[in-house]
Design a binder for this molecule. Structure first.
Ligand code: BEZ
Length: 205
């Protein structure tokens, strides 16, 4: 399998953590698009050929078209290892975990849009109310995350939550979108971030 990624992408990090938690890491070659400066305004042809949406992560697998997005990849990979499934069994627990994953991904969606606004859009064309609305969305999402019981075991939901908080630390530390307001979440993240899978995939500083 081949994983299109960058080491700074929080969505790719979800998959990279999952690969390490499930022992599948050795089955996947990572294709790092950092050098190509991949962004929505700088597409990479080799990635577009696999994912017409031009986004990472995308996973090339034998016998299937390349898989995207991170949630689809996560569910596929969870069928490919011998250990206990990271997704809870069908039923209420699975929906809670799916919701957690969607919440975490939604937080990241909001702040990634903000980053594009700040990094890619010319300053003269910036739309401040829109930026603030996205940051508010991220803060509401974090508050909901703090109100959600989070186990210490890796599931698709807890991995997504950890990737989201790690990304807020990585790109948004100066905005304090979560640490100041949610000490309980800090405690949870501190424990989760000690996992070898998280240490190995920490974004480069
Ligand atoms: C980032 O470097 O911030 C980033 C990279 C890929 C997707 C989203 C964010």
């Amino acid at each position: 399998m081949k994983l299109h990624m960058t080491p700074t992408s929080p969505f790719a990090r979800k998959v990279r953590v999952q690969l390490r938690e499930t022992g599948l890491e050795g089955d996947v070659t990572e294709v790092d698009h950092t050098a190509a400066k991949l962004s929505p305004t700088a597409p990479v042809a080799a990635l577009n050929a696999e994912n017409p949406l031009g986004k990472i992560p995308a996973l090339e697998v034998r016998g299937l078209p390349a898989l995207f997005d991170s949630r689809v990849i996560a569910r596929y990979l969870d069928t490919r290892h011998q250990g206990a499934r990271l997704q809870p069994p069908e039923g209420a627990e699975r929906f809670r975990d799916d919701r957690l994953e969607a919440l975490a991904d939604g937080i990241v969606d909001a702040v990634v849009l903000c980053r594009y606004e700040l990094v890619l859009r010319p300053e003269s064309a910036r739309w401040q109310p829109w930026l603030e609305a996205q940051l508010d969305k991220a803060k509401r999402g974090v508050a909901a995350l703090a109100a959600t019981p989070l186990g210490d075991e890796p599931t698709l939901g807890t991995i997504a939550a950890a990737a989201a908080l790690g990304y807020l630390d990585f790109r948004w530390a100066d905005h304090d979108l979560w640490r100041g307001a949610h000490p309980g979440l800090v405690g949870w993240f501190t424990r989760f971030a000690e996992r070898a899978s998280m240490v190995a995939t920490k974004p480069p500083s």
